[in-house]
Design a binder for this molecule. Structure first.
Ligand code: PLP
Length: 387
């Protein structure tokens, strides 16, 4: 079959491939522990489910405005301003089906051949895929363990050229759980202003910070007018399958993003947006309880992994991933993750699935029960001892 040339530049997310291999092992009767999935294992809070059900019963079943339900846009702006110290208006919020389209829209609207885009490596694989798809040049900024998987601002400055058009920042980060300290965010903001860069600030894990408060790049001087703030409901409210997210954009991008919505999906599900409104305006105790569970599990898993001879693991400051260093085992990331799944039925993701700088690491998601996490750590210990 002859596909358009651009399809050859489109990547993927290997979490879904690992899940398929793990499911095949389960079909053979193996007891697989799933640490590959990037989604909360908790259910969506009851008040949100109820609001979704009611919305359907009340007839929220037709097309809605392309940029989103006005009440939801206002609630997103209010909540963001309260949590992040920004001064956004409701009109700057574009509601999308999941947050992923915000990456797509940013690339389609802003970059093309000849532009350079700096993106985190290791990082969420869709950034790279979308940069390539848009025909721009992808320039990785390495995230290193010695910087606690934040980023080295001086190294970032050296990567900026007159062609750099967009910088992608993700804090707290997938796959490392690293958080960029506010002092570094301030320096990154200064660079963005000085070099007149657009910034895609992926803050989808912003409410999963364990030590201190989340700081938003958009809140620094001169940043709101050059930042696309990406966030959504998937991680904060355990709503991955509902598909609800948003971008908050400078005034000049509202119309381009709205046109991209009209041309692609028309609007996010109208009933789901009512559920999102309930999530933002309702009680927060379940969100807080989820964060505390992820904190406890992080501590459990990090302690367990560090007790294994041959592994070392930083304590991530956010998100629900840990990113242990496996290089002392002598195995590559891909071999470690592949053999661990085959031999011990623990599904994880090779660090290299998130970019070349992920070599020497694997990603474990802590979105599983304490009991399963402890069983997984035991199996990983047995695996490392046998190699
Ligand atoms: N950004 C990062 C860093 C993620 O890890 C994910 C999902 O795994 C997303 C964005 C996309 O989230 P959504 O489910 O809202 O599309």
């Amino acid at each position: 079959m002859r596909l358009a040339e651009r399809m050859g530049r489109l990547g993927t997310e290997s979490a879904f491939e690992v899940l398929a291999r793990a499911r095949a092992l389960e079909a053979q009767g193996r007891d697989v522990i799933h640490l590959e999935i990037g989604e909360p294992d908790f259910g969506t809070p009851d008040n949100v489910v109820e609001a979704g059900r009611e919305a359907l019963a009340q007839g929220w079943t037709h097309y809605g405005p392309a940029a989103g339900d006005p009440e939801l846009r206002a609630a997103v702006a209010d909540r963001t301003n309260a949590l992040r110290g920004t001064t956004y208006a409701a009109e700057q919020v574009i509601v999308t089906p999941g947050a992923k389209p915000v990456m797509f829209f940013t690339m389609l609207a802003l970059v093309e051949a000849g532009d350079e885009v700096i993106y985190p490596d290791p990082g969420f694989p869709i950034y790279r895929s979308m940069i390539d798809f848009a025909g721009a040049t992808a320039v990785p900024i390495p995230l290193r363990e010695r910087h606690a998987f934040g980023l080295d601002v001086e190294e970032l400055e050296r990567l900026i050229t007159p062609r750099t058009r967009l910088l992608i920042v993700n804090t707290p980060g997938n796959p490392t759980g690293g958080v960029i300290p506010p002092a570094d965010l301030e320096r990154i903001a200064e660079l963005a202003v000085r070099h007149d860069l657009w910034v895609l600030s992926d803050e989808i894990y912003g409410e999963l910070v364990f030590d201190g408060e989340h700081a938003s790049l958009a809140s620094f001087p001169g940043m709101a007018e050059r930042t696309i703030l990406l966030d959504g409901f998937s991680k904060t409210f355990a709503m991955t399958g509902w598909r609800l997210g948003y971008g908050i954009v400078p005034a000049g991008l509202v119309d381009p993003f709205t046109r991209l919505m009209v041309n692609s999906v028309s609007c996010a599900s109208v009933a789901v947006q009512r559920a999102g409104l309930a999530a933002l305006t309702g009680p927060r105790d379940e969100v807080v309880a989820m964060r505390e569970a992820f904190r406890r599990r992080r501590d459990l898993v990090v302690a367990g992994l560090n007790a294994i001879d041959g592994l070392s693991c930083l304590r991530p400051a956010g998100a629900f991933y840990v990113f242990p260093n496996i290089s002392a085992t002598g195995l590559s990331s891909a071999a470690f993750a592949g053999e661990l799944l085959q031999e011990q039925a623990v599904a994880t993701i090779a660090g290299t699935s998130f970019g070349g700088h992920g070599e020497g690491y694997i990603r474990l998601s802590t979105a599983n029960s304490d009991e399963n996490l402890l069983r997984a750590v035991d199996r990983i210990g047995a695996f490392v001892a046998g190699h």
